[in-house]
Design a protein around this ligand. Structure first.
Ligand SMILES: *Cc1c(COP(=O)(O)O)cnc(C)c1O
Length: 432
């Protein structure tokens, strides 16, 4: 189980990359700063495994931060992308594939009556908020501390993992005026939201929320929290936006809104919707979506939006997920690993807890309940880092930060997850 992995080539590539790109990466968390060390460079992936440039193999719990729920190189997805690429990479003109993906999303998520495809989750949330402001004629938005909705200026306030890991309160380069209309309250704090609506009864355009907060580790909504948001927004003529970029097609085919039975006004998608290709989307009530150009006055556009290769990957992925039994399988796998980790914690007496929902989980190194960002931050990040590096050395690729969620995929076989739990126990024993 314990072998020293060689990272010679990763190290050399990272040295070079740091001269070329800030921190050697194109998205901060990839630099492994949250765990102190150097990233491994990936050569290729297959099924549930990543292979790095030094020939090491890892069971992957990052899954490109969410999209790869079927595992890598899934035959029908691969075939769909190959076929689409032969017909042309991009036309900048309508294609049938866009309607096909739109219909699939609407079939799974009935609150979506009209949809617009974009290229990332960031674009989806940014655009959804523009829609909300255009539709309501109001300016203020409410977000929750520790929720991440992409890196649009107005949303880069108390924004969770990536920012949290670096310890930046906010980002320089975001003028105060840009975030002046962003009101922030703790996750799960219904009373604080009530107070905001008392203060600004007719000024709040929208409340945007991750229906499961997956960018500060994994924080579940407490009973009544999302329901209260639905009531308050309806009462005050504000819109409720579910950011399901992470939870969409992961905690259920119909996302978290299906699990809790709440119909948001707008929903944002990303990650799984593109099956590993750059896709995001926002959609919801038809009367609201009709403010979007060209039928409405709210401008939003994209040269590569609805890209045929990306649509093909998304369609093929969602069609696989629609097959009977998929979410039951994910839930079973997730439970198997979750129970294995809990057993490991009991046996080793390490102060930690497993939070789990659908095909996502987080091992927090704290025994106090985690309900919001403040309580998540009490986790022992030094202990997490040691756990992370030991797990990596044993062939398990976890997100390199305590404040990121881990993912289960359909490509992970039960025996692999059982072995992962056994390895975790061995590692935890060293940390105890
Ligand atoms: C990842 C994520 C985003 C941003 O998506 P990008 O594609 O990285 O721009 C937005 N919201 C949530 C909840 C996310 O997890």
């Amino acid at each position: 189980m314990e072998k020293e992995l060689k990272h010679t080539r990763s190290h050399a590539l990272f040295q070079e990359a740091q001269q070329l790109m800030p921190g050697g990466v194109n998205s901060p968390v990839r630099a492994f700063r949250g765990v102190g060390g150097e990233p491994v460079f990936i050569d290729h992936a297959e099924g549930p495994y990543l292979y790095d440039v030094d020939g090491n193999r890892y069971l992957d719990f990052v899954q490109s931060w969410g999209p790869m729920i079927l595992g890598f190189g899934y035959p029908s997805v691969l075939q769909a992308v190959i076929e689409a690429s032969k017909r042309g990479f991009s036309f900048g003109a309508p294609t049938e594939a866009e309607s096909e993906l739109a219909k699939l999303v609407m079939e799974f998520v009935p609150s979506v009556e009209m949809i617009r495809f974009v290229n990332s989750g960031t674009e989806a949330t940014m655009s959804a908020l523009r829609v909300a402001r255009a539709f309501t004629g109001r300016s203020k938005i409410v977000k929750f501390t520790g929720c991440y909705h992409g890196h649009a200026d107005m949303l880069l306030v108390q924004a969770g993992s990536g920012v949290a890991t670096l310890g930046l309160p906010d980002s320089p380069g975001v003028p105060a005026e840009t975030t002046a209309n962003t009101l922030t309250v703790p996750y799960n704090d219904s009373e604080a939201v009530k107070e905001l609506f008392k203060l600004y009864p007719a000024e709040i355009a929208a409340v945007i929320v991750e229906p499961v907060a997956a960018n500060m580790g994994l924080v579940l909504p407490q009973p009544g929290f999302l329901e209260t948001l639905r009531e308050l927004t309806s009462q005050h003529g504000a819109l409720l936006i579910f950011d399901e970029v992470m939870t969409g097609f992961r905690v259920a085919l119909g996302g978290m809104q299906q699990r809790v039975g709440i119909r948001p006004d707008l929903t944002c998608f990303g990650k799984i919707i593109g099956g590993g290709m750059p896709v995001g989307a926002y959609g919801g009530r038809k009367d609201i979506m009709q403010v979007v150009a060209p039928i409405g006055p709210m401008y939003q556009a994209g040269t590569l939006s609805g890209n045929p290769l990306a649509m093909a990957a998304g369609i093929a992925t969602l069609k696989e997920l629609r097959k009977p039994g998929q979410y039951e399988a994910l839930e079973r796998k997730s439970l198997l690993l979750g129970e294995g980790l809990e057993r490991a914690l009991r046996n080793t007496r390490v102060e930690a807890q497993v939070v789990r929902i659908g095909a996502m989980f987080c091992l927090y190194f704290t025994s106090e309940p985690v309900t919001d960002y403040a309580s998540a931050k009490r986790a022992n990040t030094d202990r997490f880092s040691r756990y992370f590096w030991e797990m990596l050395a044993a062939g398990y690729y976890l997100p390199p930060s305590q404040f990121e969620a881990c993912f289960i995929s359909l490509a992970q076989e039960d025996v692999m997850l059982e072995e992962a739990a056994r390895t975790a126990e061995h590692v935890l024993r060293k940390l105890a």
